[in-house]
Design a protein around this ligand. Sequence first.
Ligand code: UDP
Ligand code: MG
Length: 327
Amino acid sequence: MDTRIRYSIVVPVYNEEAVIHETYRRLKTVMNRTGETYELLFVNDGSRDNTAAILMEYSQLDDTVKLIDFSRNFGHQIAITAGMDYSSGEAVVVIDADLQDPPELILQMISKWKEGFDVIYAKRTKRKGETYFKKLTARLFYRLLSASTDIAIPIDTGDFRLLDRRVCDEMKRIPESNRFVRGLVSWVGFRQTAIEYERDERLAGETHYPLKKMLKLSLDGITSFSYKPLKLASYLGFILSISGFIYMLYVLYAKLFTDAAIPGWTSITIIQLFFNGFILIMLGIVGEYIGRIYDETKGRPLYIVRKSYGVEMKDGDLNKRTGSRYE
Ligand code: UDP
Ligand code: MG
């Protein structure tokens, strides 16, 4: 008999005592409608309120409820990662605890999954009840991110999504610590598709993403998928060198053909222009190396195989970093 759980619902929670009862109730209703097996896997990210105690109680009353209790607050992205690591379902859904992501959408995701998609992410067409500032910065961030990287990371999409087991397993092989989970899921590949929704207001309580955490998340997003910022030095260096060269022609002209040049000015200006450009270009070169070192240290697999035909892969033969066990 196959005892494998069909769906794992991963819910990161941080100080959510005000909403957790309702979240539990809504998730139960939705998941019972599937008629299949599931687990509700809560990851308590070091809450300082009663969240953990409430969830502990639920886990005693209800076999489908599971709880991972962090020793302190490690952050939303790490909580999601732990949820994926501990999940055992054939499909894994990541959803926020505050009901901003409507649980009812899970049913739509499941039907797409049954059509054969491996990742179904939920794209926000509207965000209700969030400040103008948050919406604007989020909008800007997603655009900046997509301009700075070659990986197709979907715009206006959070972590609310369904992942097939094999995508989840691939995620586990990515060791990097400053994780931008939604970007990594895009990076992993397979068949991905979107469903659209309007993001609701938070049911109760306040956002746990103050500006500081939002900045950290955006920097993680951009820096882990692009080293364009490092290249800035070389671009600036070239621009400065070219304009410096043009200005140098003027300086020489002023020295030789006019009496506008003060003694010493010509040489100082030329030295300044030359060295500033030179230093920036050198910094850019150093940046290129650092970028490459950074890529190597992330230790991501070089590639992920969807299927192989006519070749046999034995676990032992595989390069630890690249091996994929699927056929
Ligand atoms: N969360 C978490 N750890 C944190 C911050 C948030 O696990 O350090 C959880 C939180 O409980 C919620 C989800 O991550 O389930 C999204 O957080 P929130 O709703 O505060 O963010 P927003 O929707 O305002 O971006
Ligand atoms: Mg929220």
